[in-house]
Design a protein around this ligand. Structure first.
Ligand code: PMP
Length: 364
């Protein structure tokens, strides 16, 4: 079969090298006679895989010693509940920045546990921008501030990290990095908690990564299920119950791949170059339109529409015939979306842009 380029928003493309290594190791991992899928999570083989994944992750993001890394299940959607359950710590309010459908879901879930203060929202412009921090109306009694650095559906990204200072009572910043984690360097010390489902930028579905500052552990609301208490997982090195072993193994291979590429600064350069190919096209060809404010355009998820929506299905059909798949926009917004996560090679984006230029000139 000809090479295809998969622009899915997630689960998404994985590095070819990683898949090849997984194939080579599928039946017999490093001569131990077993597949990783067959290993006890407490055996020395798997313990070494998990330890390596954690140390590579810590190295990639220079994670300070006072942060725990947790390998969980339940997706980012479970974090929408785990965050308020664990971080309210006796307080009654939390600040949320409302920038689209994913932050909306986090807000809806948090409302079950506390009063949600919408400290800023981009609803006034149909969620096409990231509200500047000087517009945030934070509540000094809030337990934490939650935001979504990259809205996967809207394609809006905060290209800056909010700074919560002492004037905000040192309220912890919480980030849903599901679709942007490890696409660029990050300063972990700016955050109280970071969470992400692995299945976009880091690995297969099934693994959820949480990075949490240690002082935030151990004060869950009464009635918190054991499995939803971060401290339980931290105290057991994410082995309180069976972790998603195979997903963690593949994610570990992706971390190694990232390290070999030169780490997060190197991948950011690649990601900017890829995204610019598409955004430059929108800026020079009015056949295509991207609704997002220029400064807040996502490097990971690039939504766009065709001037004539009647051509949408023809566009998708021809793209597919060129090996360019999964370009249909989210069902709630229509149009197109090209997700160009870390593992999408620049050749894939070049091929897409060449196809788009040709399609535009054929239908001008
Ligand atoms: N947050 C964001 C920003 C997402 O993109 C997604 C998945 N598309 C989720 C949360 C939900 O993740 P999961 O399916 O892992 O629960």
């Amino acid at each position: 079969m000809d090479h295809i380029y998969n622009f899915s928003a997630g689960p998404a493309v994985l590095p070819q090298e990683v898949l090849q290594q997984a194939r080579d190791e599928l039946l017999d991992w490093h001569g131990c006679g077993m597949s990783v899928m067959e290993m006890s999570h407490r055996g020395k083989e798997f313990m070494s895989i998990a330890a390596k994944a954690e140390s590579d992750l810590r190295e990639l993001a220079a994670i300070p010693h006072n942060y725990k890394v947790l390998f969980l299940q339940g997706g980012a959607s479970s974090q929408f509940a785990m965050v308020p359950m664990n971080l309210l710590r006796g307080k009654k309010t939390a600040d949320y920045i409302h920038t689209g459908q994913w932050s909306q879901k986090a807000i809806n879930e948090a409302k079950k546990y506390c009063t949600v203060n919408i400290a800023a929202s981009s609803e006034d412009a149909n969620f096409t921008y990231a509200p500047a921090q000087d517009k945030w109306q934070l509540d000094s009694n809030a337990a934490y501030v939650h935001y979504t650095p990259n809205e996967t559906i809207g394609g809006v990204e905060f290209n800056w990290t909010p700074k919560l200072t002492h004037s905000n009572n040192n309220i912890p910043l919480v980030a849903d990095m599901s679709s942007s984690m490890f696409s660029r360097p990050l300063d972990v010390a700016s955050f109280g908690l970071i969470y992400a489902g692995a299945q976009k930028n880091m690995g297969p579905a099934g693994l959820t990564i949480v990075i949490i500052r240690e002082d935030l552990l151990g004060m869950p609301i009464p009635g918190t299920p054991t499995m939803f208490d971060y401290k339980v997982h931290a105290d057991h090195d994410s082995m309180y119950n069976t972790p998603p072993t195979y997903a963690l193994y593949i994610t570990g291979l992706v971390f190694e791949w990232l390290k070999n590429l030169g780490g997060l600064a190197a991948i950011e350069k690649r990601n900017i170059a890829k995204a610019n190919l598409l955004y430059d096209l929108f800026d020079t060809n009015d056949f295509y339109h991207c609704p997002v404010t220029k400064s807040d355009r996502s490097h990971m998820n690039v939504p766009f529409t065709l001037k004539n929506p009647a051509l949408d299905s023809e566009f998708l059909k021809q793209a597919q015939a060129h090996g360019l798949i999964q370009l249909k926009g989210h069902r709630s917004v229509g149009g197109m979306r090209a997700s160009i996560y870390n593992a999408m090679p620049i050749e894939g984006v070049m091929k897409l842009v060449a196809f788009m230029k040709e399609f535009a000139s054929n239908h001008a």
